[in-house]
Design a protein around this ligand. Sequence first.
Ligand code: DP6
Length: 333
Amino acid sequence: MDNHCRVIAHSNIALIKYWGKRDSLLNLPAVGSISVTLDTLFTDTSVRFEPGRPADSVQLNNLQADEPERLRVSRFLDRIRLIYKEITGQILPGAEVITANNFPTAAGLASSASAFAALAYAGLKAAGLDLALREVSILARQGSGSAARSLFGGFVEMHRGQLPDGSDAFAEQILTETALNINVLILVTSRQKKKTGSTEGMNLTRDTSPYYQAWSDSAEADLAAMRQALQDADFTRIGHLAEFSCLKMHALAMSANPGIIYWSPATLHLLQQVREIRASGIEAYFTIDAGPQVKILCREKDAPALLQIFQNDSAVEEIIITRPGPGVRIVEP
Ligand code: DP6
């Protein structure tokens, strides 16, 4: 058994949002989603299964992970141990996991997406298991829904699926990373950890929001419209649909009880700025995940002008310029 593997997986941002679960145990999404993988943000993860090691050890961003973090990783590795046992009939030992993000963790920059994509891929390879990427995405989904999408480059769809065992809830690429000349500017407004994690937020929303059914019922139409817009390379349509899905998801979260508000005053200010800039003729669209950061979609040619505007905005702490990025890949030790 080749017991070590190190990989890089990139983060992604959803253009059509995932919010809500149809099954918590298998982490099955209540709705499908469409995302773009981002080239600049990634997680670098190495997994080594060591004979004789009783428990998994986890190093996160150069520090020993705290116990809840270690447990989340260890439980995920247990899923790989289960697959390994089913296939080989043997037991996988404990693992040493060394992982680092090149961006702020848990601040709404989707660290769990790249983290579980990298862990799924590195873990399976380290165990000597060669699964198709679709199967890897089914595994990654069980760590974090958005992670299933991060295995693929470019524009990616996660399928909701219908089956109770989740075998049809997988991700796949719709368009490659070179298909559209767009940039995603990430406007970092805060580096603090978010207060309500996505999982907790989704569960509260499902249990309390009067709008939850309408959200689920209207998802397929948004997905179909985005698929078409991507096939047509219609940037204007892509942008409008992304803003619509973003606001719909946040309105849904706000309609939970108690309402979940991920935005800060800086977030709202930036949304208004984007719309003003658009009215002035530069086509820019916003999207936001479960945190206060604002991501702007634009054509490549417009990125320098937007950069200049937002560099001078006091609501912005940092700007990260990204473009559609590649899928998961093995790196040399
Ligand atoms: C707002 O994938 O982090 O970013 O499956 O519970 O780990 P879990 O949730 P997660 O949720 C992502 C929510 C979102 C929208 C999206 O990425 O589609």
